[in-house]
Design a protein around this ligand. Structure first.
Ligand code: ACO
Ligand code: PYR
Length: 526
């Protein structure tokens, strides 16, 4: 197996993405996680840019990394000065990283328009900046910015810029598709031509503006590139960088390249989610390999086949990247989906049992009326238990009332709910206020039931989504409410549908409470 070195730039190019900014502490946590996962190089930032990045290079030295090298990023020197007088270059050296990476201009158009210097002067500043750094840093990487666009516009000049870097004896020359518009069919020929002129190890850095960053990186590796730059979850300037969460499994599992080991690969999903969490972003469900939906099967035909052999609809075993197979319930389900879910919920159900078809028909009918069980598996489990007669009724709601009152135009609206529940032979009548009618109802239900079932105190309402469904023929619009609840151990989703938002919310709230009580009862039985 030949080795491909992974160079992560989440902490530098990743932070050039709109909406992403990490605290210094987050940057350290991400660096440690990348190191644990076997990433060879971690580009921590641009010390010449801001004090946070200067602090990162200071603080990361206090941490014990198992194997990763820390790289600091910057640019070639400014025109008309020598490297020792260039502030950016000086801060790079002062940061004392394991590796210094600088970018320089390859595209004649950029040299003329962005730097506004002569083509010859650009070659000088590439070479003398790199020579200066090479004498002062253990390892130096050169990022040839806009290499592919530059090569297409003026191949001779583009190669001359690489030769200037090679003359400085750099450790790696990275071909960058900075504007992210190069197509996969252009990649192989360009790389083959570069290899005729350049003997220094080559790397690749691609952007995703044409949605081809991962594909282009894979092609580059197939042409012999040995250093791959990218970011976790593809974060990066504009449409992002090449996504290491897709590239790494492709290198390991499909191209049989050495990069990270099997145990580290199993932590890829965890790495992806940690980075989302610290970026304060919701994970992309549909992300290849590591997303929640990456191995989620919805169509009945698919579920039937994966139960016979997972490879029928899965391109890799999800466990290899720390993910898992999921089966979804919807109106596209067949009996196989119902049976798979029954197994997941530890419910005995036979495919020949008429109740299986009954549940399936019920689901299809309810989805037609606006229910959605994909995000409401707890409601589905309750529905299944009801159909099988294993459902225990812990309480009955004898009635409730919700009042919204505004006593004065300058005062906020007050919401109050009263509820009457019956548990065993006892009737409880309770009132509660809330931020709005649904919250008041939720508070009143729990207040009434917590006396009988103290464990309900653990339940928190985590998410509440309302969707207005289009009106049917001659009917008012229906409202679908999806609720996500959770306790210390789990999160679960429930659904309610009605033409009345309070009633739809009530159904979802009751399912959530019943689900918790069933779970607690099962836990005590074990
Ligand atoms: C392809 C990439 O992703 S490269 C990385 C891009 N990332 C960033 O820009 C984030 C960090 N950047 C910063 O904090 C700031 O831009 C700084 C500190 C680097 C520079 O700030 P300023 O000195 O105020 O310059 P400003 O950002 O307005 O313009 C960029 C300057 O860099 C120069 N420059 C751009 N590329 C290079 C290069 N390869 N070599 C030398 N100088 C360069 C530009 O000519 C311009 O200088 P000028 O205004 O003197 O002509
Ligand atoms: C160096 C870099 O980030 C780029 O060319 O996109």
């Amino acid at each position: 197996m030949s080795l491909v070195k992974l160079y992560d730039t989440t902490l530098r190019d990743g932070t050039q993405s709109e909406d992403i900014s990490f605290l210094m502490e987050d940057k350290i946590r991400i660096a440690l996680k990348l190191d644990e996962c076997g990433i060879h190089y971690i580009e921590g930032g641009w010390p010449g840019s801001n004090p946070k990045d200067v602090a990162f290079f200071k603080d990361i030295k206090k941490e014990k990394l198992s194997q990763a090298k820390i790289a600091a990023f910057g640019s070639t020197r400014r025109a008309k000065i020598t490297p020792d007088k260039d502030q950016n270059i000086k801060t790079l050296v002062q940061a004392e990283p394991d590796v210094i990476t600088i970018f320089g201009k390859t595209w004649d158009f950029h040299v003329r328009e962005a730097l506004r210097i002569s083509l010859e002067e650009n070659l000088e500043l590439i070479q003398d900046s790199l020579e200066y750094l090479k004498a002062r840093a253990p390892e130096v990487v050169y990022d040839a910015e806009h290499f592919f666009d530059g090569y297409k516009a003026n191949p001779d000049y583009a190669i001359k810029t690489l030769k200037a870097a090679e003359a400085a004896n750099v450790d790696c020359i990275v071909l960058c598709d900075t504007n992210g518009g190069t197509m996969p069919f252009e990649f192989a020929d360009i790389i083959n031509n570069v290899q005729k002129h350049i003997k220094t190890p080559l790397g690749i850095h691609t952007h995703n503006d044409g949605e081809c960053a991962v594909a282009n990186t894979i092609i580059a590796v197939s042409r012999g590139i040995v250093h791959v730059q990218g970011t976790i979850n593809g974060f990066g300037e504009r449409c992002g960088n090449a996504n290491l969460c897709s590239i790494i499994p492709a290198l390991r599992l499909k191209m049989k390249k050495e990069c990270i080991n099997d145990e580290q690969l199993k932590r890829l999903r965890e790495l992806s989610r940690t980075v989302y969490e610290l970026a304060n972003l919701s994970p992309n469900k549909h992300q290849a390999y590591v997303g929640n939906s990456a191995f989620a099967h919805k169509g009945g035909v698919h579920v039937s086949a994966i139960q016979r052999h997972p490879e029928t609809y899965e391109h890799i075993r999800p466990e290899l990247v720390g993910n898992s197979t999921r089966v979804l319930i919807s109106d596209l389900s067949g009996r196989s989906n119902i049976l798979a879910k029954a197994e997941e919920f530890n419910i005995n159900l036979d495919s020949k049992d008429p109740v299986t078809l009954e549940i399936l028909d019920n689901i299809k009918d309810m989805e037609h009326r606006g229910y959605q069980f994909e995000g409401a598996e707890a409601s589905f489990e309750i529905l299944m238990k009801r159909a099988l007669g294993s459902y225990r009724k812990f309480f009955s709601v004898l009635g409730f009332r919700v009042i919204d009152e505004k006593r004065h135009e300058d005062e906020r609206t007050i919401s109050e709910a009263t509820i009457m529940v019956k548990v065993g032979g006892k009737v409880e009548h309770t009132a509660a206020e809330g931020n709005g009618p649904v919250n008041a109802l939720d508070n009143a239900i729990r207040k009434a039931l917590e006396k009988f079932y103290p464990k309900l105190k653990e339940v928190k309402l985590l998410d509440y989504k309302v969707r207005v469904l289009p009106a049917g023929q001659g009917t008012a619009s229906a409202i679908r409410v999806l609720i996500e609840s959770g306790d210390k151990e789990a999160r679960w989703g429930t659904v309610g549908v009605s033409d009345n938002i309070i009633d739809a919310s009530y159904q979802a709230l009751i399912d959530s409470i019943e689900y918790k009580l069933h779970r607690e009862e099962e836990a005590t039985r074990k």
